[in-house]
Design a protein around this ligand. Structure first.
Ligand SMILES: [Fe+2]
Length: 231
């Protein structure tokens, strides 16, 4: 039920951006560890410009720096999820169980990209940037320019643009994507259903990111907000 109003803006898309204060202290070590895991992977082609690990990193890495990063990721995720749901949850501050359902890393360079996709079997996903060229160098690329290595997110409006009528009156519909520039130490938390792609990247440093899927549960009660009564 909506109150009379000349404009209701409905169905927003939640997204969180967080900055890891300890990034400069831990990223380099973690990059070395992850690249050694890549080197040990029998499926790895060391010459390839793209590599994706298995999604079981959470159990495979044992390091204090790793524990600090995971704590930061879970805390950032929790903050975004609470803010996104506070109007929908019956309790203002429910205790939560957050489960990382998969955690993997990707290395890319020499123009490689990751095509448009969504993540399944989870409610939230995220990407943490461990290493990438700094912005001036990245954006100075003669071909890729400012989109070099960005993650492009496609909002719900995007699906309505195919064959859509466009005029001055639906200009709001035409801002259907947002580019998130990669930045070492930056975590972006987004709904798993949100379509996105990693645009082509070419740089002096490899672009190395961690990706994850997460599910979130109420610790003491059913996940179902609306109960179902049997008759
Ligand atoms: Fe993704």
């Amino acid at each position: 039920m909506l109150a009379p109003d000349a404009l209701h803006r409905l169905w927003e898309t939640p997204m969180g951006v967080h900055r890891f204060e300890q990034a400069d202290a831990v990223n380099e070590t973690l990059v070395r560890v992850l690249l050694s895991l890549r080197a040990l992977d029998p499926a790895n082609d060391p010459q390839a410009a793209f590599y994706a690990s298995g999604d079981d990193l959470l159990q495979r890495v044992r390091l204090p720096e790793w524990e600090r990063l995971i704590a930061f990721i879970v805390d950032g995720l929790r903050q975004t999820v609470v803010l996104a749901n506070q109007a929908a949850w019956p309790l203002a501050k429910p205790s939560l169980q957050i489960a990382l359902r998969g955690l993997w890393f990707q290395v890319s360079n020499r123009g490689r990209h990751h095509d448009v996709h969504t993540h399944g079997n989870c409610s939230w996903s995220g990407v943490y940037c461990l290493q990438v060229d700094d912005a001036p160098r990245r954006e100075a690329h003669p071909v890729l320019g400012t989109t070099n290595g960005v993650t492009r997110f496609y909002g719900p409006h995007f699906n309505h643009l195919g064959g859509a009528h466009m005029d001055f009156g639906n200009a709001y519909l035409q801002h259907a994507h947002v580019d998130m520039a990669p930045r070492a130490g930056q975590l972006v938390v987004f709904p798993a259903w949100l379509a996105h792609q990693a645009m082509p990247y070419d740089g002096a440093k490899d672009r190395i990111i961690l990706s994850f899927n997460a599910s979130v549960h109420a610790a003491q009660r059913s996940d179902q907000i609306h109960g179902y009564s049997s008759t």
